[in-house]
Design a protein around this ligand. Structure first.
Ligand SMILES: [Zn+2]
Length: 260
């Protein structure tokens, strides 16, 4: 029996990251950049006939309901709270509001949550609000952001909720998050994924659709914005091919929860 699972997850959100670096991006550009990357990702997933999970902000969904509805017919839609921008102060009730919006659009139950920027929040409310899993923990040490080395790198239950941690390698807990995928040569990144998959039997990888649009012109550090666009789509294509050769099964987070 094949028991190696890969979860590709995409944080489907406004392209607001330049605002963290002092550059204002118009609302329409925030939408267009994300849309370009999303369309490319959907084609890539279709090409390999694999399913993925899109953690979507309520705000993005409200502004793009047809897109969200159509994604939900093949993939899983989960919540990425209501707003992404740091200029919208987060309130706990945003989580519930985003669930209501996403369920209204998809007519499906939304059971997963990921906090924008993986910021700390009160996960104890999630189970009461009908969530079944959270994926807001990157159990590693990122200087200046967080130190979560005390957290389990394997799925665990807490607050009546399944926690699906973002993947880190065995031993040194090197994070296999979007910046690693972007900045490491694909051969090395795929190797680290294979090692981790063998040891942990699952991979939880996360990316953002806007990375797969052309973002070289924005005021972002080089390690955040490059490679971008089609080059990055091709890189993800190679990773998927590599992991399919390992006989890994690509599943949505909801499907993975059912295996635990
Ligand atoms: Zn996000």
């Amino acid at each position: 029996m094949n028991n190696k699972f890969v979860m590709l997850t995409f944080d489907l959100e406004e392209f607001d990251i330049p605002e963290e670096y002092g550059q204002k991006v118009s609302d329409s550009d925030q939408m267009t950049v994300t849309r370009t990357g999303t369309d490319r990702l959907l084609s890539l997933l279709d090409k390999h006939q694999i399913r993925a999970t899109f953690f979507t902000t309520g705000n993005y969904a409200q502004l793009n309901p047809e897109l969200i509805k159509s994604i939900s017919q093949k993939h899983e839609i989960a919540s990425h709270s209501l707003y992404h921008s740091p200029f919208h102060a987060f309130e706990e009730k945003d989580i519930l509001e985003s669930k209501r919006i996403l369920e209204g659009i998809t007519l499906q139950k939304v059971t997963g949550f990921r906090m924008p920027r993986l910021k700390p929040f009160n996960a104890a409310v999630l189970a009461d609000w009908g969530f079944e899993y959270d994926s807001s923990i990157n159990p590693t040490y990122l200087p200046g952001r967080y130190n979560l080395l005390h957290k389990s790198p394997l799925p665990y239950t807490e607050n009546g909720l399944l926690e699906l941690p973002c993947s880190t390698t065995p031993l040194i807990r090197f994070p296999l998050f979007w910046l690693a995928f972007k900045n490491l040569p694909i051969g090395l990144y795929a190797y680290l994924c294979r090692v981790t998959l063998r040891k942990r039997k699952n991979l939880m990888l996360y990316f953002h659709p806007w990375e797969f649009a052309e973002i070289a012109g924005y005021q972002l550090p080089g390690y955040v914005k490059g490679p971008d666009g089609e080059v990055l789509v091709n890189k993800l294509d190679r990773l998927i091919v590599n992991l399919l050769k390992q006989k890994a099964r690509f599943v949505t987070c909801q499907e993975f929860c059912k295996t635990l």
